[in-house]
Design a protein around this ligand. Sequence first.
Ligand SMILES: C[S@@+](CC[C@H](N)C(=O)[O-])C[C@H]1O[C@@H](n2cnc3c(N)ncnc32)[C@H](O)[C@@H]1O
Length: 329
Amino acid sequence: MFDFSDTDSGISYESTEDEIEINTPTYSLSITDPIEAVMKPENILENFVEVGGRRYLNDVTVKNYYYLPSDQKEVERTYDRNHIDKIIWGGNYSAPVSDKLSLGASVLDVGCGAGAWITNMASEYPVSVFVGIDIAPLFPENYPPNAAFIKCNILDGLPFPDNTFDFVRQAFVIICMNWQLWKEKVVEELIRVTKPGGYIEIMDTNGAFINPGIVSKKINNFWERFYKAGINRASGTDVIETFNEFKDKVIVAPIELRTLYYGKKAGRVGEALLKIILGAYRAMKIIFIHIMRITEEEFEQMLIDFEKECNEIMLSKTRYRAIIQKRSG
Ligand SMILES: C[S@@+](CC[C@H](N)C(=O)[O-])C[C@H]1O[C@@H](n2cnc3c(N)ncnc32)[C@H](O)[C@@H]1O
């Protein structure tokens, strides 16, 4: 865990109107190799399987391609990211729910991972109740008594009655999930389980680097190919447009954006963000190697060059929070 406070960054994290356009390339590509490596018949009874020194979820019922490892390294990375996000955004959430949380609200974290947000929030708001759901059973062993975790696949519907939660949030799930599946199977469920007048908040990344250098351009290109291969990383604008299709049920606020700067030039937050993104790339090593058709040595060199580039130019990308209120009547 990084041990510095909000005041250390030296960067002001202000909203910007910038959105990123993804140019879809014209070639097609299969990325099934890494997941096939995990889902071999001999592994059928295993919850997790190790590939290339990392542990992956081995669950044929997942339906979407979940490409990040489910292991201790990834748990630590998500706890660090949660901590930095709190600094960048000035809080764990942006929806206007603080009064409700202080008085006692019911809260759902969809795709909660190892529970960094839930445990943090449950300690901060002891009279509210927090439920985290995820397909990967990576939940913490110790957590506050007002928190609970349930293993489930969000593509099978959310296992709660209508109008259950005052606040429903989902973070960094869209970047990991087929966009079409999320649109078809998840959006209406998020609305259904939210109480009338309650809020939904979606946080995710806008993916591409802004004004990239030589190496970050290659990484942007990798993501375009990844995108083309069916792992969608929709922008915040797409999320807003999707919820706007349910205008009879919800009110959609203007998207909130933060620009993230990577590397030493952006102070200690920039250094922390660089460490977190390098961790994400390492977590995706087999996919990088497969899609970029590079060797392991070339991949390691690319990360060294990326780190150098981040420390030379002011490399940035944006993160968004979409806030949606369920109509009362
Ligand atoms: C990048 S992690 C984000 C975790 C957490 N929200 C955070 O911000 O640290 C994406 C999470 O989505 C979960 N996930 C992916 N597909 C899922 C599905 N179909 N049902 C439930 N959870 C899913 C993964 O297991 C993983 O924990």
